[in-house]
Write a protein that binds this ligand. Structure first.
Ligand code: ADP
Ligand code: MG
Length: 375
């Protein structure tokens, strides 16, 4: 945790100084990608174009069969593309040696795919070993990664079967990060984990990403996970058609169509509350007529989580505290109401003035269209 926070404050170079990690990341671009499996009438992916900026998390979300796993396998060339192109760091993956390419792309899947007869340390060392790193460098790297994912160093000698499901997923992430790949593909990585541990893994992974700043394609069928994890979300519908590619905020405030609106759910107003941290709100000053009860929430907590605390406390206001425990202000239902009113007013204003098409969503839409502009 601490490492992540320090590294974030100092930028990635601060972390690099402390060890091997350099934090490589590359832009990923899918250009009119299509995939038709042999013997299938309809393509699994029709004509998919999207760009993931270097160092961002793109969540691919969509119903089962919408082509999410297919898209991942096209990127690392486990399956062949039917038409179009995929560029990693501006270079077509089709022109690369497939095995060499795969060593540059971290891959994490639901059941981790750890080698059962190898120790945790040996599993993490897989790609550095294939790349012929000297033994000492590999050992240092394994040690560093085990620390980075918050496991006890003595775990290096354990076998996957001796770990919990959550620990195995952490090792899977460490193994994927081992050779500092510029791109990570994560296919429903936390899908088989119970909800409480899943939420913890998500938080840890976000903290880790603040340190390593990889380009990540993260697949899920869970819209809540997509909203939590994604800098941008690509919503796919069947046939691998892109329904919307935008920031979570834009998708919740301006769903592109009926399909997206239904996919994000009727409770998208509530979901919006998870996008804002209470520390960002105009809090009431302590002693400003709004007296907080006994409860407090950290400034980093989402408005959604804070609302839950307020409701549990019978509607009483709560104190918002910083990491040193200092009270920053008081959060009341009125403060939340005001935030929603302001957002709604702004959305209405943007809809009326067409601002939306000049920026905002638009950051995403512009990125989606970049391939055509470049062509
Ligand atoms: P998702 O990961 O979104 O659930 P997939 O990418 O696995 O979707 O599948 C997309 C479509 O391609 C589905 O209709 C699926 O049946 C089909 N498909 C996936 N793999 C194969 C395969 N190896 N051969 C034929 N069809 C496949
Ligand atoms: Mg899948």
């Amino acid at each position: 945790m601490n490492t992540a926070d320090t590294a974030q404050n100092e930028g990635s170079s601060g972390f690099a100084k402390s060890g091997e990690l350099e934090s490589k990341a590359a832009e990923l671009e899918l250009r009119n990608v299509s995939k038709r499996y042999d013997g299938q009438r309809e393509p699994a992916i029709g004509d998919l174009s999207l760009t993931v900026p270097a160092g961002e998390v793109c969540v691919l979300v969509g119903p089962s069969g919408s082509g999410k796993t297919t898209a991942m396998r096209l990127i690392n060339r486990m399956i062949s593309i039917s038409s179009g192109d995929i560029l990693l760091g501006g270079r077509s993956v089709l022109q690369r040696d497939a095995r060499e390419l795969r060593r540059e792309i971290g891959y994490v899947i639901q059941q981790t795919g750890l080698f059962p007869h190898q120790t945790v340390g040996e599993n993490i060392a897989t790609v550095p070993g294939l790349l012929g790193w000297p033994k000492q460098r590999i050992a240092a790297r394994v040690h560093e990664l085990i620390e980075l994912i918050g496991l006890d160093p003595e775990m290096a000698g354990r076998y996957p079967a001796q770990l919990s499901g959550g620990q195995r997923q952490r090792v899977g992430v460490a193994r994927a990060l081992a050779a500092d790949p510029p791109l990570m593909l994560m296919d429903e990585p936390f899908g088989a984990i119970d909800p409480i541990n899943r939420s913890r893994l998500q938080d840890e992974f976000l903290a880790l990403q603040r340190t390593v700043k990889k380009t990540i394609v993260f697949v899920t069928h869970d819209i809540d996970e997509a909203i939590k994890m994604g800098d941008r979300i690509a919503i796919l519908r069947d046939g691998g058609r892109l329904a919307q590619y935008d920031t979570p905020r834009e998708i919740l405030i301006h769903p592109a169509d009926e399909f997206v609106a239904r996919f994000v759910g009727a409770d998208r107003g509530i979901k919006r509350l998870s996008l804002t941290a209470v520390g960002e709100l105009k809090l009431a000053a302590p002693g400003d007529g709004a007296e907080a009860g006994g409860a407090s929430v950290p400034a980093r907590a989402s408005v959604k989580d804070a609302l839950s605390v307020i409701l549990t406390a019978g509607g009483e206001a709560v104190s918002v505290i910083d990491t040193d425990g200092r009270v920053l202000g008081t959060l009341t239902l009125g403060v939340i109401e005001q935030m929603l009113a302001e957002e709604t007013a702004q959305a209405a204003h943007e809809a009326a003035s067409g601002v939306r098409h000049a920026d905002g969503a638009t950051a995403g839409a512009a990125v989606t269209r970049a391939p055509e502009a470049a062509a």
